[in-house]
Design a protein. Structure first.
Length: 565
């Protein structure tokens, strides 16, 4: 029997499984499944379910199946199937050939529907969708029986067969389960289990024109596959009586459905419909836009699979819905990249510095630490010369109090290099600073001044003669409010899109050690944050995405706003 991590108690699902293993239920098996609909890309919310289901399979020496719930041909595409499979493998889970589809069982599910009709538990209904809603009743009023509810078994079998053969148009008829129109649970009021859809399916083509509803397909798929613990999010709790009713009426193998709280993050939306709108309306560049909460977007932004798995483990599994602060996700990637990301120097908004007393024809190589958190990462050589670039924000001609970086007459340290002092400022015709004239102290190479004088700032830099040109995309949160999808005043979630969610800097300068960096590689730009090489990079120019800043700047902004009120 497996146990939880020493610093984490068992969650309630693990407690259920541990008790099942103790009593020998399910013959000691643990078999979970992750059942996405192939109608969009997976997002961070799905990652919680993936980590839970596949993690339980690993923890209890069981197995987890990836099963696509492809019962709606109108919205499903192979593109989504491929992206979902890639995301799960990227997260680090071995599918071991267990990739299944609801469409694998269409014939079997149809036969089960015939069995339900023969038992007098299902009927073909001619009510329109609107009429079906009207007959359904409300939370306070019972529904009314359909006028077609008492059709004979033979008539229902004939009509259902003709539905399958394509004799009727879309929406003209449905097959409904005969349960209880007075049930306090609206899901039990004769739910639709088959509808007519003359649509091409991504796997079965035009072989079918009747398709099962999710509530019908879900339990049967679990039963056919021998799932032991069917783990769903809380919105399916009210559907569990129907899950049980279908399996009990058919007398088939009956898994246990267990519900847990889904992952909700502030400053984002998790609805696939809304994410699709953002893509289709051009608010983002695609499903893998680094501002999107999709796994492909987070991957392109530079998130590691380990950071996402650690985040999911950290937030845990609960029975009650809550909203998680996105800072916890950002901190998870910071913690992970701090350990693994090589340090480099990159100047995002370059300001030219000429060291007047440094020899014009001299270049030297200085030793730089690759990662102070990882001694095995070693060191690298970075070139240093007379002309450098520093960050424009690291210089002010008239510095305010507590600004300790470069200013006229002030001395600072260059990382791994020397102390320099600003002697003169060169401006263009508009009065903008375009160049600094400085001097350096040769006695301060790589360390402190021999005479003991101190400086209060250390700046990163790049040698101008060796610098790589780069575009750096600074991504920020896509929305400006914590709950963009929950407005009650008639506003649309898109009203809260952050106009500053992307800033593209096109004249950045990077140290030459990055020349061979490949898409997907992650680095810490010293003093700037964590960055990832984007697939848009070419031989001519590198493109980097900011994964996350070194600190949570949004928290600082929130504190300032709070103080100002």
């Amino acid at each position: 029997m497996a146990t939880a991590d020493a610093d984490r108690p068992l969650n309630f699902i693990q407690e259920i499984i541990e008790e099942d293993l103790r009593t020998g239920k399910w013959d000691g098996r643990v078999h979970t499944r992750f059942p996405p609909e192939p109608n969009g890309y997976l997002h961070i919310g799905h990652a919680k379910s993936i980590c839970l289901n596949f993690g339980l399979g690993e923890q209890y020496n069981g197995k987890c199946t990836l099963r696509f719930d492809d019962t709606n041909p109108i919205k499903e595409e192979d593109e989504y199937v491929n992206s979902i499979t890639e995301d799960i493998r990227w997260l680090g889970y071995d599918l071991e050939g267990r990739v299944l589809f609801a469409s694998d069982y269409f014939e079997q599910m149809y036969d089960y529907a015939v069995q339900l009709i023969k038992a007098g538990k299902a009927y073909v209904c001619d009510l329109s969708a609107e009429e079906t809603r009207q007959y359904r009743g409300t939370l306070t009023e019972p529904g009314k029986n359909s006028p077609y509810r008492d059709r004979s078994v033979d008539e229902n079998l004939d009509l259902f067969d003709r539905m399958r053969k394509g004799e009727f148009p879309d929406g003209s008829r449905t097959l409904r389960a005969k349960v209880d129109m007075a049930s306090p649970n609206l899901n039990m009021r004769d739910p639709v289990i088959y509808r007519i859809l003359h649509a091409e399916h991504h796997r079965s083509g035009d072989a079918w024109c009747v398709y099962p509803m999710y509530d019908w397909a879900h339990g049967l798929e679990d039963s056919i596959e021998g799932i032991t613990h069917s783990i769903c999010t809380l919105e399916f709790e009210n559907h569990r009586p129907l899950y049980d009713w279908f399996l009990d009426q058919l007398g088939v193998y009956h898994p246990q459905q267990i519900e847990f709280a889904r992952l909700e993050l502030n400053y984002t939306v998790m609805s696939k419909r809304k994410l699709l709108e953002l893509v289709q309306e051009g608010h983002v560049s695609g499903w893998d836009d680094p501002r999107m909460p999709t796994l492909s977007g987070l991957r392109r932004r530079g998130y590691t699979p380990e950071s996402i798995r650690n985040f999911c483990a950290d937030i845990g599994v609960a029975k009650f819905n809550s909203v998680i602060d996105v800072v916890r996700l950002e901190n998870a990637v910071r913690d992970d990249l701090n350990k693994r990301a090589p340090r480099v120097m990159g100047v995002l908004r370059p300001l030219k510095v000429v060291i007047e007393n440094y020899p014009e024809d001299q270049t030297e190589e200085l030793e730089a630490i690759n990662n102070p958190e990882d001694p095995a990462a070693g060191t690298r050589k970075v070139p240093f010369g007379r002309v450098l670039y520093i960050e424009r924000d690291d210089f002010l001609e008239e510095p305010p109090r507590k600004f300790f970086r470069l200013a006229p007459g002030r001395e600072v340290r260059l990382r791994y290099a020397y102390f320099i002092t600003c002697q003169d400022v060169v401006k263009d015709d508009n009065g903008d600073v375009v160049e600094l004239r400085c001097t350096y102290d040769p006695a301060t190479k790589g360390g402190d001044a021999p005479d003991g004088r101190k400086v209060k700032a250390t700046l990163h830099w790049v040698s101008a003669a060796h610098a790589l040109d780069a575009e750096v995309r600074l991504y920020d949160r896509l929305f400006t409010v914590e709950n963009p999808g929950g407005a009650k005043d008639g506003t649309d979630y898109k009203d809260f899109l952050n106009p500053d969610s992307l800033e593209a800097l096109t004249h950045c300068k990077l140290e030459p050690t990055l020349a061979d960096a490949s898409p997907g590689e992650r680095f810490q730009f010293e003093r700037q944050g964590y960055f990832c090489v984007d697939p848009d990079s070419t031989d001519a120019i590198l493109v980097f995405n900011r994964t996350v800043s070194l600190k949570d700047t949004w928290a600082k902004i929130a504190r300032r706003q709070k103080k100002s009120k």
